[in-house]
Design a protein around this ligand. Structure first.
Ligand SMILES: [Zn+2]
Ligand SMILES: [Zn+2]
Length: 311
């Protein structure tokens, strides 16, 4: 009996996989490796045939330290409840972005209607994970007891030697149905910084911690260092010749990611469940979500590559 159900399960999983069909009627555009900021890439971008979903696929292999160079990284947590918002980053709730300041931290109990929030001491100083050990104990789903009620901040220098490898199909392949985001990187900005899936706010908030993003939508964790959860227009952009929003990077499936608003400040109205659509010039591509949405793209329409992080 057990054997039969296991067999059934295996069959279901396998048929799901093979159910995904590439649709060649959708126009796709090859990845342009010239768009990346050369100094931020370790060595050269390599071309390798890699097994993706059982098919040998020509991919770009891009290695970086995932560190921004066009903008400063941080600040994240304020240090005192009287610090202004220039001393800290941003946080989000219900699709809205909030500037973090000392005042914001002091009022988290009201903000979340939960009086267990208290990230500051009697002298007004804010509890910040200001060592690498603190960062390692707090920047994970099961936050250590002693770091509950902390503002979580890890510094880029703790993990600057980590190497993130991005494997991205040179020629993206559109397929149906769409694929859910995994836990690895979902894309790369032109500066070599990783775009990550949504920050796990449920686990973060359950420990009465917040892990602010900086004003550029990034923060640091032990799995690759600096990474973005939001697109705020701080990184290298490729201007378009028409009214379309600029390109800001690539998704892990090789489709381009563009800003949300076009030159007239208008949002596209025909985006699919992943946040993408097609046009003649750009083929299929994504538009980044609003910074408060904690979601740059919502799912993947192409055969995904993957990211790997090495110490
Ligand atoms: Zn994160
Ligand atoms: Zn578009």
């Amino acid at each position: 009996m057990k054997k039969i159900s296991l067999l059934l399960l295996v069959t279901i999983i396998c048929s799901c996989k093979s159910n995904r069909k590439t649709d060649e009627s959708v126009k796709t555009i090859q990845v342009n490796k010239e768009y990346f900021i050369t100094e931020n890439i370790i060595g050269k971008i390599a071309e390798e045939r890699v097994d993706l979903n059982g098919v040998g696929t020509l991919c770009y292999v891009i290695k970086t330290h995932s560190q921004a160079t066009e903008h400063q990284m941080g600040p994240w947590c304020p240090r005192h409840i009287e610090d202004g918002m220039e001393k800290a980053g941003i946080w989000f709730k219900d699709d809205k972005v909030y500037d973090v300041s000392g005042h914001f931290i002091a009022n988290l109990d009201e903000f979340y209607s939960d009086d267990k929030w208290k990230l500051y001491r009697e002298d007004g100083s804010i509890k910040v994970t200001d060592t690498k050990d603190g960062c390692l104990s707090a920047a994970k789903p099961d936050v250590d007891e002693e770091y509950q009620n902390y503002c979580v901040e890890c510094l880029p220098e703790y993990f600057k030697d980590q190497v993130t490898t991005f494997v991205i199909p040179v020629n993206p392949q559109y397929q149906n149905p769409s694929e859910r985001l995994g836990r690895g990187g979902i894309g790369i900005a032109f500066n070599g910084v990783k775009f990550d899936p949504p920050a796990p706010t449920h686990a973060i908030l359950a420990a009465h911690t917040i892990a602010p993003l900086d004003d550029h939508g990034g923060h640091v964790n032990p799995h690759g260092g600096y990474h973005y959860h939001a697109v705020t227009g701080s990184t290298k952009e490729i201007e378009q010749t028409d009214n379309h929003s600029p390109m800001i990077g690539y998704a892990i499936d090789g489709f381009g990611i563009y800003g949300l608003l076009d030159k007239s400040g208008t949002e596209p109205t025909d985006l699919d469940e992943c946040g993408g659509h097609s046009d003649e010039l750009r083929g299929y591509h994504y538009h980044a979500g609003k910074p408060g949405e904690n979601q740059i793209i919502k799912c993947l329409k192409g055969v995904p590559g993957y990211t790997e992080v090495a110490e």
